[in-house]
Design a protein around this ligand. Structure first.
Ligand code: ZN
Length: 213
């Protein structure tokens, strides 16, 4: 099964690396200085480097189930996502953070299943993880406990993660100073459109239109 990866790497070696050896030498010599952090889903269909046409060194990428950001919680637990956020913000000094959500997110769907009491009972890590986005679902449900528009939950979950990013004090400080900007984007796999969170409203607007049929 990994043969396609070996083939792919061989192509990369020949066409990208081999054509511009100085490019990686520069990245090694100067180190990495990405200006943008992207927090996206692990979903195999939503690869930030492919979606945004970036080159090595341009994006600091954090991927996890449902592109979630946990709240600031400094303790002795294993906080992989928070560690990556800390490194990107405090050590690399990224200037923008994009939370990239997407349509048909399995993680968000699992959250809705959990809320309906239909989550797979033998999942040891997924349910506690996706519950990070429970406030987003609660916000939408309001007085209608049956509300379940998955796309709306996906978008509200992005806003919930933006809220959680701001609980990291050194991150919030940089945003306040104007040296860091936060963005929430949602990729519509149906139409090819890209939507963005447009504060102060708790809503999304289309930034890049759909591909016409
Ligand atoms: Zn997803």
């Amino acid at each position: 099964m990994v043969t396609s990866l070996i083939d792919g790497f061989t192509d990369f070696r020949n066409d990208f690396f081999g054509q511009d050896k100085a490019f990686f030498k520069r990245l090694i010599r100067r180190g990495q200085h990405p200006k943008i952090m992207i927090i996206s889903c692990s979903d195999s269909r939503v690869d930030p480097a492919i979606l945004f046409g970036t080159r090595p060194g341009e994006l600091f990428v954090i991927r996890n189930v449902a592109n979630l950001v946990p709240p600031y919680q400094p303790d002795d637990q294993y906080h992989g996502i928070s560690a990556a956020i800390e490194f990107g913000v405090r050590d690399l000094g990224v200037e923008d953070i994009v939370i990239l959500g997407h349509a048909y997110c399995g993680g968000v769907n699992a959250l809705c299943e959990h809320a309906r009491g239909e989550a797979a009972e033998d999942r040891e890590f997924i349910t506690p993880w996706i519950k990070i986005a429970l406030p987003a679902l609660d916000e939408l449900r309001g007085s209608d406990p049956k509300f379940e528009n998955i796309k709306a939950v996906e978008q509200h979950s992005i806003m919930n993660s933006l809220d959680n990013l701001r609980t990291f004090p050194w991150l919030a400080e940089r945003e306040k100073q104007g040296s860091l900007a936060l963005h929430g984007w949602w990729f519509d796999m149906d139409s090819g459109a890209l939507w963005c969170h447009s504060p102060p409203d708790r809503s999304f607007t289309q930034m890049i239109p759909s591909v016409s049929e």
